[in-house]
Design a protein around this ligand. Sequence first.
Ligand SMILES: [Fe+2]
Ligand SMILES: [Fe+2]
Length: 296
Amino acid sequence: MSQANQPPLQQRKVRFDFADTPLHWVPNEPEASHIMNGLHLLLPAGEFWFCKVYNKALPLVSEPSLREDVRGFVLQEAQHARAHGSALTPYLIRHGIDPKPFTRKVDWLFDKVLCDYPLGENALTRRLQTWWLRQRVGLIAAVEHFTCVLGDWVVNSRGLDHADPVMLDLLRWHGAEEVEHRCVAHDLHVHLGGSLAMRWLFMLIATPALLYLFSDAMKVMMRQDPTTRYRPGFLRMWHDLGKRGLLPTTASVGRSVLRYFNPRYHPRIEGDLQAALNYLASSPAALRAEAEKAAA
Ligand SMILES: [Fe+2]
Ligand SMILES: [Fe+2]
């Protein structure tokens, strides 16, 4: 099993204090700050949805080591959702940004469209439950490819070193755990019968969906930020920020999408696991969580 040569996945009960974090936490870079702030709007709902889907999938997993990986994955994703959610009130709302115009949409997406019974519960939809679960597991596998690629970038890129240390630690701790558990979603998808064609299909769905969600989240925040003026052209903006080292380059993310279409693809080739584990061993929030656990 892919995670077999790694320590078991563990939940690190991190907490972050955003009292001194400025709205433009990447100094003088409102666009980069707001693009990455989209994570606080999207992930609380999105990652708790991962957990719900995986808890449903768990009884279908016959391999004990994969079951353990899935349990560890759920614990980590739940903590990610809580950590990003903890930035809403003391950070975004304190700075006058109301997240609801965006979070209303994602709540609808996860609660009404990607729920167990989007077409209502009846004999047919009950019979389709395992099929529908497999589709959602396939979609999560495609999204987890991006979280690993972006996580690896945020851990290893030096372009954000001058940013607010608390927000940067949140992103790097999260990114490092994404690299740490990068194989779980793919292995679960394959274990439940996910095919190469399904992998391709879900990547073709996940890529435009994530682009839309991040551009919309950024638009919602920039329109409320009195110091910025929203300009359309998300991809152009991302391309410019990537060239300046403030986001992963569009070319590197594009190449990672192409790798996903390789029939021999496996996420174990993605990211620098050792760099991720090194970061987790030195992350201020992870060290605090470990000290609190030892003292309890
Ligand atoms: Fe996560
Ligand atoms: Fe993840």
